[in-house]
Design a protein. Structure first.
Length: 343
């Protein structure tokens, strides 16, 4: 058994504790993310050396590839990290909230709401208003679905009820999205299909700036709510007996998961399975307890999307394939494995 790392606050009161295994895994994942980010900056249709990338980052006036690094690779890299971290954390919150290892933002319809809103916008008003409004519309669709689920579940916001209603809403949203695509012009349908698959192609700094506040606020909040997930994992009766506000905690966790996943989908499209994969991988690396699972899930989500996007850029040159294809290629078999394991 690994020895715990204990940090104490003022007056000697126990603030929080992490096992060395958790700390080592988290630091290892952070180092792996930094190394992978540097690799992504060096690789592309025009491979560049580390020295060239370093010069482009710090001395752009002397570099011939400064434009490629600053305006093409770096925004795409940062957006992949932010989106992956948000989706990985949202998936962990959802699994802890409903106490179901198969839960993710896709299951309860959050991604479906964002997708329907985005596809409808592209089909009906995207050409008039401009694509700059697409993230706001998608985020609004995710928020409306969340409010609908909360209203339908009523006062008894129980895990089973939440999942069942979410599955029904997700199926209805998927059918509505298909109907909109069928009725759309060919050019709009093609654009919508790329967005639904999930792609970071042509990512720009305005998208990074748009998602960054959601991530910088939402991820620390998720870490602050980690203890509530640990208490809810004991069951509603035990949590209530310990003095926890079960309904309020569950509502706060649901809204935070919606905000993180909705914002990520709004800026990167309908990426699936990251919210399912990252928490499961995190549980294999860190000790039990959501205080360690939150940062591990965020880092793993960022790594998954970073490498999926890297494969999309390099595996089929000169074509640039959506990252969602490669995430689904891993996530779908993993979901089948989970279904078989918990049959």
């Amino acid at each position: 058994m690994t020895a715990p790392l204990v940090l104490r606050g003022a007056g000697g009161r126990l603030a929080w504790r992490l096992e060395r295994r958790t700390l080592a895994a988290t630091l290892g994942l952070a180092v792996a993310l930094l190394a992978s980010a540097w690799l992504a900056l060096c690789l592309g249709s025009q491979p560049t050396s580390s020295a060239q990338v370093w010069q482009a980052l710090w001395f752009p006036e002397r570099s011939e590839i400064a434009l490629i690094v600053h305006e093409i690779r770096l925004p795409r890299l940062l957006l992949a990290i932010l989106v992956g971290a948000c989706l990985g954390t949202a998936g962990l919150l959802m699994q802890g909230l409903v106490r179901n290892p198969l839960a993710s933002p896709d299951v309860i319809g959050i991604t479906g709401g964002a997708s329907l809103a985005a596809v409808s916008f592209l089909a009906l008003g995207g050409g008039v208003l401009g694509e700059a409004w697409l993230p706001a519309v998608a985020l609004g669709g995710a928020a409306l679905v969340a409010l609908g689920i909360i209203a339908l579940t009523g006062r008894g916001l129980g895990p089973a009820r939440l999942v069942l209603i979410g599955i029904g809403i997700s199926a209805a949203l998927g059918a509505a999205t298909t109907l909109v695509l069928v009725l759309s012009p060919d050019t709009t349908a093609m654009q919508a299909y790329v967005w639904l698959t999930g792609s970071l192609y042509a990512a720009q700094w305005r998208e990074v700036a748009g998602l960054a506040p959601w991530a910088l606020i939402g991820l620390p909040l998720a870490l602050g709510l980690a203890r509530r997930l640990d208490v809810l994992a004991l069951g509603d009766e035990t949590a209530t007996g310990l003095g926890a506000a079960v309904r309020g905690s569950r509502l706060a966790l649901l809204l935070l998961a919606v905000a993180l996943s909705g914002a990520a989908v709004a800026f990167a499209g309908g990426l699936a399975f990251i919210g399912l994969l990252a928490p499961h991988l995190a549980r294999r690396l860190v000790a039990p307890g959501h205080m360690g699972l939150v940062p591990a899930s965020a880092l793993l989500g960022a790594l998954i999307l970073l490498y999926a996007d890297l494969l999309g850029r390099l595996a089929f040159l000169p074509r640039d394939l959506p990252a969602g294809i490669f995430v689904a290629g891993v996530g779908a078999p993993f979901l089948v494995y989970l279904l078989y394991r918990w049959r």
